[in-house]
Design a protein around this ligand. Structure first.
Ligand SMILES: Cc1cc2nc3c(=O)[nH]c(=O)nc-3n(C[C@H](O)[C@H](O)[C@H](O)COP(=O)(O)OP(=O)(O)OC[C@H]3O[C@@H](n4cnc5c(N)ncnc54)[C@H](O)[C@@H]3O)c2cc1C
Length: 471
């Protein structure tokens, strides 16, 4: 007799998404989370008029799964769209000042970002033959297709600022799946973008950038309190063992030990915690998980008077190429992005330091983090005031790095896990770190679990819940 259909270990967005999708199909699902509250890395804080995020600040979506979840979970009315002011510019630091990244060909020709030779190299892209190989790094891929200047001045900033990674080590297919797919499908990025624009009208979901009223924590609160998702916080899973047609999971809780038997167990913790849980069952998977490295990150929120910043802040913020030698990877103008992030007459500026580029920054004192941030911001956006609000978050395991032969590693983990029916791994070290990818992957896993349940129900009709049988 099984206690529940599915137990999810870890109540971050990966675990909660899978739980939510499973619950939509009528399965009995519990989420066991070690911490006192769900969300994992995603935590919003509303205090003294400033709404700040510990990690993810927005969802950049183009996946129908996310649109479906937002709609079905009743989150449509709580969406906070990015303001039109934030759409105006995407800035990069170039030779010590901010330069807007051109989005059209005309802008590219006039942009000071590239030399004449660099511009010519960009225009040659459609004529470069396809030549991707699985171990290709981001640096190799971008240099091959778009030239060295594009790598040094744009992609390095993107990969370090958004993914905390080093393009010399990051796997191109795993880090830039959409770009590499364009080359694979259409032979060149230019042809791919053109075809994508033509086809998108009929197929894909409209791209949009948004958060929620109350921040990304609203997504977490909604998923974790949805009907059918039973969240058990302060349940630190310590043991996982095969049981008859399922798994026995044991946790320590403030009230003592607790165990449950589940047909499916989804391990949605960071890779190091997953390795510890799985090591007694399968040294091979544990060994693979232990090879996944993480970049540490420090997040520095500064709130100050609008009058203390000289720049119009007419965009979402800026990214920093490594060749500029600044301590920041990027700076987001949160009060421009969303209307509710700072009190009237104030601004909220959020900076990201550390990553693969400068991992030691996560160990800097609060004072040094603020001083280095202000020293970098002063000449770029004319910060002349002291912050009235400072919030700092350190993430020692900030973001998993999709380095080396990461796609092969993912395949190997999946193949090895298949040797343990009912055991699943789903977290941000597989298939994309973004909240968007986490939601989409959660749905794909829920579908696989439901398919397996349908197969089991054909053999053991008594264990099938009515909804699954009706699929
Ligand atoms: C600084 C930063 C900024 C980011 N910004 C964005 C952004 O703007 N947009 C975006 O889309 N993405 C962003 N991301 C990425 C995104 O936030 C993360 O990839 C995502 O939140 C990770 O979710 P997860 O569920 O896989 O892992 P986690 O959030 O780490 O959740 C894992 C959970 O497992 C729990 N756990 C661990 N061990 C156990 C155990 N033994 N028993 C029970 N529970 C356990 C942990 O307590 C935790 O709650 C950002 C990330 C960082 C670090």
């Amino acid at each position: 007799m099984h206690d529940i259909d599915a137990l999810i270990i870890g109540g971050g967005i990966s675990g909660l998404s899978t739980a939510w999708w499973l619950a939509q199909s009528g399965l009995s699902v519990e989420v066991w989370e070690a911490a006192a509250r769900p969300g994992g890395k995603i935590q919003s804080e509303q205090r003294d008029g400033y709404l700040t995020e510990q990690t993810a600040s927005l969802l950049l979506n183009f996946r129908p799964e996310v649109a479906d979840m937002v709609h079905l979970a009743g989150l449509e009315a709580k969406k906070a769209a990015r303001t039109t002011a934030a759409e105006a510019n995407r800035y990069l630091v170039h030779q010590g000042r901010l330069v807007s990244l051109p989005m059209r060909l005309g802008g590219l020709v006039r942009s000071p970002l590239w030399s004449g030779r660099g511009k010519l190299r960009l225009l040659l892209e459609p004529f470069i033959p396809a030549g991707e190989h699985e171990g290709e790094t981001v640096s190799e891929f971008i240099t091959r297709r778009l030239g060295r200047e594009m790598l040094d001045k744009v992609m390095d900033a993107f990969v370090a600022g958004i993914l905390a990674a080093d393009p010399d080590y990051a796997n191109a297919a795993a880090t830039l799946p959409r770009l590499t797919a364009l080359e694979r499908c259409y032979g060149s990025l230019t042809a791919g973008v053109f075809m994508h624009r033509v086809l998108r009208r009929r197929t894909a979901c409209r791209a949009e950038t948004f958060s929620f009223q109350g921040g990304m924590g609203t997504l977490i609160d909604t998923l974790s309190s949805s009907p059918g998702v039973h969240l058990r916080s302060q349940h630190a899973v310590a043991d996982l063992a095969p049981a008859r047609r399922g798994w026995r999971v044991s946790a320590t809780t403030p009230l003592g030990g607790r165990s449950v038997t589940a047909r499916h167990v989804v391990v949605s913790t960071p890779a190091s915690a997953a390795a510890r849980l799985i090591a007694p069952l399968d040294q091979n998977i544990a060994g693979l998980l232990q090879t996944i490295r993480y970049a540490p990150l420090a997040v520095v929120h500064l709130g100050m008077d609008r009058s203390g910043v000289g720049h119009p802040l007419d965009g979402a913020g800026f990214l920093v190429p490594g060749c500029e030698g600044l301590p920041l990877n990027g700076n987001q103008w949160m009060s421009t992005l969303f209307g509710d992030r700072a009190p009237a007459g104030k601004v909220l500026l959020t900076s990201y330091l550390g990553g693969a580029r400068r991992p030691e920054a996560v160990e800097w004192s609060n004072e040094r983090l603020v001083d280095e941030t202000l020293a970098a911001l002063r000449p770029l956006i004319g910060v002349g005031a002291d912050p009235e609000m400072v919030r700092i978050h350190r993430h020692h395991e900030g973001l998993p790095l999709y380095y080396g032969a990461h796609p092969a590693l993912e395949r190997e983990i999946a193949a090895t896990a298949r040797r343990h029916p009912g055991l699943h791994l789903e977290a941000n070290y597989l298939g994309g770190v973004s909240v968007r990818d986490r939601i989409a992957r959660g749905r794909a896993l829920a579908r696989r679990i439901l398919m397996q349940e349908r197969d089991v129900s054909a053999v053991y009709p008594a264990v099938a819940s009515p909804l699954i049988a009706g699929l």
